[in-house]
Design a protein around this ligand. Structure first.
Ligand SMILES: [Zn+2]
Length: 253
């Protein structure tokens, strides 16, 4: 069975979250949620959102949506603010407490974002936050840079896709650790490259041919993989399809 992840774009509707020079946190995080969700869906994850439009729900309602979805993880996306322009910079991920798979996931995401040049402010315990406290599944809250920092905003816009990939890959890499579920997920690997451009080009070509391909970065390599299958037979069927189309493949977990 596929993993299910609820993505919670913070705030919404009358609640703008933080804002700076007309820029609203609620808009940034909704865009980011869709980008992260698309990558996760391409990797075979079942994704649900607490909102897909500009509407307000209380944090308690958002936590309840996650619980009702019976999701494996709850990922809330936010942008940080101090209220004083350019007073702080960087990314951080909040957790109820710094233990278990949620803390690993938080750390993986932070490290991926740090690799993009963000200051890594670490994994921070926030047991009083409703979306972290009232969710029954492992939950994290990513603060994707400061909305009241000009440099963080420039980075957010210029590296938007890389930021989405950093968050999505942090989630996927954590699932690969298999701590949640003993059943391994089988993926069909089509190539591994030093160059992200080469990997992205192959992934796009596969997407255009109808394959659920995506790029995973690990150990300094950009790996192009297709699907995530709990059932080995499904991975073998996908491999046969790819080989008939002329691709060289192997199955990895
Ligand atoms: Zn927020």
């Amino acid at each position: 069975m596929a993993y299910k992840i609820v993505i919670d774009p913070g705030h919404g509707g009358s609640d703008w979250g933080a804002s700076f020079n007309g820029r609203k946190e609620k808009d940034d995080v909704l865009n980011l949620a869709f980008a992260v969700g698309q990558i996760l869906e391409n990797a075979g994850i079942d994704v649900e959102y607490t909102r897909t439009t500009d509407v307000y729900n209380t944090p308690y309602e958002k936590a309840t949506m996650g619980n009702n979805a019976d999701a494996d993880f709850f990922v809330s996306l936010h942008r940080n603010a101090t209220g004083t322009p350019n007073a702080a910079t960087g990314i951080e991920t909040l957790v109820f407490n710094d233990s278990g798979i949620k803390a690993e996931m938080a750390r993986n995401i932070n490290e991926n974002l740090e690799a993009l040049g963000f200051v890594n402010r670490g994994v921070i315990e926030r047991p009083n936050l409703v979306v972290l406290r009232r969710t029954k599944m492992p939950a994290i809250l990513v603060e994707a840079g400061f909305i009241d920092n000009v440099n963080d905003n420039e980075k957010f816009d210029a590296q938007f896709n890389e930021i989405a990939e950093a968050i999505a890959n942090g989630i996927l890499d954590t699932l690969d650790m298999g701590e949640l579920n003993e059943t391994p997920l089988y993926r069909v690997q089509v190539g591994a490259f030093d160059s992200m451009e080469t990997a992205s080009a192959l992934s796009s070509r596969l997407n255009n041919s109808g394959y659920p391909a995506y790029v995973v970065s690990s150990n300094g390599l950009y790996k192009v993989q297709v699907g995530a299958f709990a059932n080995l037979a499904n991975a073998v069927a996908m491999e046969n399809r790819l080989r008939n189309d002329g691709y060289t493949t192997f199955i990895t977990t």
